[in-house]
Ligand binder design. Structure first.
Ligand code: ATP
Ligand code: MG
Length: 140
């Protein structure tokens, strides 16, 4: 058993998709460990997507995550293979390439408004859970 970091992005929150997304993880059999609505600071969003700093869409991505039109709903989910399975449930980065049964494949069409984030590895999950939920020295 392991944990992953999942976040409903502001467009997913604004569109009222939090309940549907939570239900999909619950119905799969995963356990909700932590959840909060938060408008991330620019520093938090930049650190969260630090690997993408050099990409042309980085500024727009940080603006999208932080503009406050709606919060991000940040979550930690736990269960067997949840990092990899969570990514499979979410679908491909570009929703036009996501399988129709995936979350992105069912609910969105734009790579710049793809409604949900999931950690891409165990190492990313550990980092992201600490970044979004951890105070220094605190373990959830
Ligand atoms: P996430 O990290 O949000 O779960 P991902 O792991 O599927 O998404 P990444 O390569 O990490 O994909 O990209 C992070 C996010 O950056 C994407 O989810 C999307 O919101 C945005 N993004 C990626 N590629 C593009 C692009 N070509 N144009 C605009 N936005 C993009
Ligand atoms: Mg990613």
């Amino acid at each position: 058993s392991e944990r992953t970091f999942i976040a409903v992005k502001p467009d997913g929150v604004q569109r009222g998709l939090v309940g549907k997304i939570v239900s999909r993880f619950e119905e799969r059999g995963y356990k909700l460990v932590a959840i909060k609505a938060v408008v991330p600071s620019r520093a938090l969003a930049e650190e969260h997507y630090a690997d993408l700093r050099a990409r042309p869409f980085f500024r727009g991505l940080v603006e999208y995550m932080t503009n406050g039109k709606a919060p991000v709903v940040a979550m930690v989910w736990e269960g067997k293979d949840v990092v990899r399975q969570g990514r499979a449930m979410i679908g491909a980065t570009n929703p036009l390439e996501s399988s129709p049964g995936s979350i992105r494949g069912q609910y969105c069409v734009s790579v710049g408004r793809n409604i949900i984030h999931g950690s891409d590895s165990f190492e990313s999950a550990t980092k992201e859970i600490q970044l979004w939920f951890g105070k220094p020295g605190e373990v959830i």
